[in-house]
Design a protein around this ligand. Sequence first.
Ligand code: TZP
Ligand code: MG
Length: 182
Amino acid sequence: MSGGATLIQLRDKVAAPREFYEQAAAALHVARDHNAKLIINDRVDIALALNADGVHLGQSDIPVDAARRLLGPGAVIGFSTHSISQAKLAARMPVDYIAFGPIFGTSTKENPDPVVGLQSLPTVRATIGDLPLVAIGGITPANGIDVLNAGADALAMISELMGDPAAIREKMRKMMSLVAGL
Ligand code: TZP
Ligand code: MG
Protein backbone atom coordinates (compact mmCIF):
# COMPACT_ATOMS: atom_id res chain seq x y z
CA MET A 1 0.00 0.00 0.00
CA SER A 2 1.17 3.59 -0.20
CA GLY A 3 2.47 3.31 3.36
CA GLY A 4 4.49 0.23 2.43
CA ALA A 5 2.43 -2.61 3.89
CA THR A 6 2.70 -5.78 1.81
CA LEU A 7 0.17 -8.01 3.55
CA ILE A 8 -3.01 -6.68 5.10
CA GLN A 9 -5.47 -8.61 7.19
CA LEU A 10 -9.05 -7.42 7.29
CA ARG A 11 -10.39 -8.01 10.79
CA ASP A 12 -13.82 -7.05 12.07
CA LYS A 13 -15.30 -9.00 14.93
CA VAL A 14 -18.59 -7.11 15.04
CA ALA A 15 -19.74 -6.62 11.46
CA ALA A 16 -22.59 -8.75 10.18
CA PRO A 17 -21.47 -11.22 7.49
CA ARG A 18 -22.98 -9.11 4.70
CA GLU A 19 -21.24 -6.00 5.93
CA PHE A 20 -17.94 -7.82 6.35
CA TYR A 21 -18.26 -9.21 2.83
CA GLU A 22 -18.83 -5.73 1.42
CA GLN A 23 -15.92 -4.29 3.37
CA ALA A 24 -13.72 -7.10 2.13
CA ALA A 25 -14.75 -6.53 -1.49
CA ALA A 26 -13.88 -2.83 -1.21
CA ALA A 27 -10.62 -3.53 0.62
CA LEU A 28 -9.61 -6.04 -2.01
CA HIS A 29 -9.92 -3.42 -4.74
CA VAL A 30 -7.68 -1.06 -2.80
CA ALA A 31 -5.14 -3.81 -2.09
CA ARG A 32 -5.05 -4.89 -5.74
CA ASP A 33 -4.51 -1.28 -6.82
CA HIS A 34 -1.45 -1.11 -4.57
CA ASN A 35 0.05 -4.54 -5.17
CA ALA A 36 -0.61 -5.57 -1.59
CA LYS A 37 -2.08 -8.89 -0.52
CA LEU A 38 -5.31 -8.94 1.42
CA ILE A 39 -6.27 -11.78 3.70
CA ILE A 40 -9.50 -12.15 5.61
CA ASN A 41 -9.71 -12.84 9.32
CA ASP A 42 -11.79 -15.85 10.39
CA ARG A 43 -14.02 -16.17 7.30
CA VAL A 44 -12.80 -18.71 4.78
CA ASP A 45 -16.12 -18.42 2.94
CA ILE A 46 -15.66 -14.70 2.35
CA ALA A 47 -12.06 -15.18 1.20
CA LEU A 48 -13.20 -17.87 -1.20
CA ALA A 49 -16.17 -15.92 -2.53
CA LEU A 50 -14.03 -12.87 -3.28
CA ASN A 51 -10.90 -14.71 -4.38
CA ALA A 52 -8.96 -12.83 -1.72
CA ASP A 53 -5.32 -13.77 -1.15
CA GLY A 54 -6.06 -15.91 1.86
CA VAL A 55 -7.21 -16.11 5.46
CA HIS A 56 -5.95 -15.64 8.96
CA LEU A 57 -7.21 -18.27 11.37
CA GLY A 58 -7.16 -18.58 15.13
CA GLN A 59 -7.25 -21.45 17.56
CA SER A 60 -11.08 -21.64 17.49
CA ASP A 61 -11.62 -21.12 13.77
CA ILE A 62 -12.14 -23.71 11.06
CA PRO A 63 -9.09 -26.05 11.05
CA VAL A 64 -6.15 -25.04 8.88
CA ASP A 65 -6.33 -28.35 6.95
CA ALA A 66 -9.94 -27.69 6.02
CA ALA A 67 -9.19 -24.10 4.98
CA ARG A 68 -6.32 -25.34 2.84
CA ARG A 69 -8.59 -27.87 1.12
CA LEU A 70 -11.10 -25.13 0.37
CA LEU A 71 -8.66 -22.40 -0.70
CA GLY A 72 -6.03 -24.49 -2.46
CA PRO A 73 -2.24 -24.48 -2.39
CA GLY A 74 -1.80 -20.90 -3.59
CA ALA A 75 -3.70 -19.20 -0.79
CA VAL A 76 -1.96 -17.49 2.10
CA ILE A 77 -3.02 -19.10 5.37
CA GLY A 78 -1.82 -17.59 8.61
CA PHE A 79 -2.46 -19.05 12.02
CA SER A 80 -2.46 -17.44 15.46
CA THR A 81 -0.61 -19.03 18.33
CA HIS A 82 -0.24 -17.91 21.93
CA SER A 83 2.18 -20.40 23.47
CA ILE A 84 5.23 -22.43 22.52
CA SER A 85 3.17 -25.63 22.42
CA GLN A 86 0.62 -24.06 20.06
CA ALA A 87 3.44 -22.80 17.83
CA LYS A 88 4.98 -26.28 17.77
CA LEU A 89 1.69 -27.81 16.64
CA ALA A 90 1.17 -25.05 14.08
CA ALA A 91 4.54 -25.74 12.48
CA ARG A 92 3.17 -29.12 11.31
CA MET A 93 0.12 -27.56 9.67
CA PRO A 94 -0.16 -26.30 6.07
CA VAL A 95 0.34 -22.67 7.06
CA ASP A 96 2.30 -19.91 5.33
CA TYR A 97 3.15 -18.05 8.51
CA ILE A 98 2.69 -18.35 12.24
CA ALA A 99 1.51 -15.39 14.25
CA PHE A 100 2.62 -15.35 17.87
CA GLY A 101 1.44 -13.09 20.65
CA PRO A 102 0.43 -11.01 22.37
CA ILE A 103 4.07 -10.03 22.69
CA PHE A 104 3.10 -7.03 24.84
CA GLY A 105 -0.13 -5.86 26.43
CA THR A 106 -2.89 -5.02 23.97
CA SER A 107 -6.23 -3.32 24.29
CA THR A 108 -7.40 -4.44 20.85
CA LYS A 109 -8.60 -7.87 21.91
CA GLU A 110 -11.45 -8.14 24.39
CA ASN A 111 -10.08 -11.19 26.14
CA PRO A 112 -6.45 -11.42 25.12
CA ASP A 113 -4.37 -14.47 25.85
CA PRO A 114 -1.63 -13.90 28.44
CA VAL A 115 1.27 -11.73 27.28
CA VAL A 116 4.02 -14.02 25.97
CA GLY A 117 6.82 -11.43 26.19
CA LEU A 118 9.80 -10.64 24.03
CA GLN A 119 11.83 -13.33 25.75
CA SER A 120 9.69 -16.12 24.29
CA LEU A 121 10.47 -15.19 20.68
CA PRO A 122 13.86 -16.95 20.35
CA THR A 123 12.25 -20.21 21.50
CA VAL A 124 9.35 -19.88 19.05
CA ARG A 125 11.83 -19.02 16.33
CA ALA A 126 13.79 -22.20 17.03
CA THR A 127 10.58 -24.26 17.31
CA ILE A 128 9.00 -23.38 13.97
CA GLY A 129 12.02 -23.75 11.70
CA ASP A 130 11.89 -21.73 8.49
CA LEU A 131 8.23 -20.71 8.70
CA PRO A 132 7.75 -16.94 8.78
CA LEU A 133 7.08 -15.70 12.30
CA VAL A 134 4.76 -12.71 12.65
CA ALA A 135 4.78 -10.99 16.02
CA ILE A 136 1.57 -9.37 17.22
CA GLY A 137 0.27 -7.54 20.23
CA GLY A 138 1.34 -4.11 21.43
CA ILE A 139 3.90 -3.59 18.66
CA THR A 140 5.03 0.04 18.22
CA PRO A 141 7.92 1.90 16.57
CA ALA A 142 9.55 1.94 20.00
CA ASN A 143 9.67 -1.84 20.40
CA GLY A 144 9.48 -3.16 16.81
CA ILE A 145 13.23 -3.43 16.26
CA ASP A 146 13.64 -5.39 19.50
CA VAL A 147 10.89 -7.74 18.35
CA LEU A 148 12.61 -8.34 15.02
CA ASN A 149 15.98 -8.80 16.71
CA ALA A 150 14.41 -11.37 19.05
CA GLY A 151 13.49 -13.58 16.10
CA ALA A 152 10.32 -12.29 14.43
CA ASP A 153 10.30 -11.97 10.65
CA ALA A 154 7.41 -9.53 10.48
CA LEU A 155 5.36 -7.22 12.67
CA ALA A 156 1.56 -7.03 12.81
CA MET A 157 0.08 -3.84 14.18
CA ILE A 158 -3.46 -2.69 14.78
CA SER A 159 -3.85 0.12 17.31
CA GLU A 160 -0.51 1.75 16.60
CA LEU A 161 -1.52 2.23 12.97
CA MET A 162 -5.30 2.54 13.15
CA GLY A 163 -5.65 4.87 16.15
CA ASP A 164 -5.72 7.90 13.88
CA PRO A 165 -7.08 6.98 10.43
CA ALA A 166 -5.61 10.15 8.90
CA ALA A 167 -2.10 9.15 9.97
CA ILE A 168 -1.99 5.50 8.85
CA ARG A 169 0.23 6.09 5.82
CA GLU A 170 2.65 8.31 7.73
CA LYS A 171 2.94 5.87 10.64
CA MET A 172 3.41 2.96 8.28
CA ARG A 173 6.17 4.80 6.42
CA LYS A 174 7.90 5.60 9.68
CA MET A 175 7.78 1.95 10.66
CA MET A 176 9.11 0.84 7.28
CA SER A 177 12.02 3.27 7.46
CA LEU A 178 12.87 2.05 10.94
CA VAL A 179 13.04 -1.57 9.86
CA ALA A 180 14.86 -0.73 6.61
CA GLY A 181 17.86 0.15 8.75
CA LEU A 182 18.15 -3.43 10.05
N1 TZP B 1 -3.80 -11.35 18.50
C1 TZP B 1 -2.90 -11.28 19.49
S1 TZP B 1 -2.72 -9.70 20.08
C2 TZP B 1 -3.84 -9.10 18.93
C3 TZP B 1 -4.33 -10.15 18.17
C4 TZP B 1 -5.34 -10.03 17.12
C5 TZP B 1 -4.22 -7.68 18.85
C6 TZP B 1 -3.05 -6.83 18.42
O1 TZP B 1 -3.45 -5.51 18.30
P1 TZP B 1 -2.51 -4.30 18.72
O2 TZP B 1 -3.47 -3.16 18.74
O3 TZP B 1 -1.47 -4.13 17.65
O4 TZP B 1 -1.94 -4.60 20.08
MG1 MG C 1 -10.17 -15.97 14.26
